[in-house]
Design a protein around this ligand. Sequence first.
Ligand code: KPL
Length: 301
Amino acid sequence: MSDWGILGAGALGCVFAGLLRQQGHQVSLLLSERHRGHLHPGMDMITLGGHHELIHTRPLFAEQAGRLSRLLVTTKAYQVVDALRGLRGLPTDCPVILLHNGMGVTDAVRELLPHNPILVGVTSHGAMKESQWQIRHTGKGETWIGPANQAARNYQHLCQPLATAFGHAQWSENIDALQRQKLAINAVINPLTARYDVHNGDLLEPRYLDVLEQLIEEVHQVMRCLGDTETLEQFRRRLHRVMELTATNYSSMHQDLAHGRPTEIDYITGYILGQARQHQLPAPVCRQLYQEIIKRSPGKG
Ligand code: KPL
C-alpha cells in the first residue's frame, strides 16, 4: 500500500485520511506549527452509515516534507500557496494534487513548484468537523483529477487507489472545465447560504427564488464567456440537484463564517467578479454578496 501525505487537516482532509487508512494506506497528516509539542490522538471518524471509526495517521511537520511521495492538498484556497511554500525539501517528483474550492491558485503553485507534477482535483464529498478530533463524512461524491502542468501528464495511476478509497475517482484531461463547473455551483450556493444563514436546500424555498435566479443568470453569463457550453437550463438543473442532494448541509462558506474563519469568497465570487469585469458584465448580485460576505469576514469590514 502506498503512502499519502495530506496538507490541510480540515474536515475534508481528515475524512480523506480516514478513507485512505480504511484501505490500509499509510497517511501522514502535515500539521501546522500550533500542533507542535502536543499529543496527537487518533481521530474519530463518523462514517456515512453513522459508525465511529478510530483513524490513526502519522503527524508530520513542514521540515519532514522530504519523506512525501504523493501529496493531497486540502487546505482552503487562501492557504494553499503559503502552506506549500512552508514545506522543506519536498521531493521534485512528488505529485501535488490541489483540491480546494474556487479558482485562481494553480498559476501560483505552478510557479512555486516548477518541477513537481501539479494536478487539480474536483470533489463533491461532504465533510464536517464536529470537534477538534472528530469528523463526520456527510456525503459521498465523485472525485476527478487531471494534470495542471506537463510533468503531471502521466499520473493517471493515482486514480486507482483514490477510486478504491473514495468510491469514485476518475482522470480528466480537461480538469479546468470541471473546476469551472464546480466554481459555478459554489458561486451560487456558498455566498447565498452564508448571507442568509441557511442550509443548502433552503435556497429552494420560494422566498429565495428571485435572488437565486438573478445569481444563476449572472454566473451562467460569466461561464459562457469562459468557454462553457452548458445552457442556462442545464446549469439550473445541475444546481438544483446539488441543492437537493446536500439539502441538510451547511455550505463550506456558511461553516467558515459561523466559526469566525476567513472564507474562500475571493476565490469564488471574487474570481467570478474578476472575469465579469474583463468581459464587461455587470454582475450586481455577485458584487452585493461579495461585499456583504467581506464585511462579515474576520479582520475585514
Ligand atoms: O462544495 C460545496 C461547499 O459547500 O463548498 C457545496 C457543493 C455547495 C456543498 O455544500
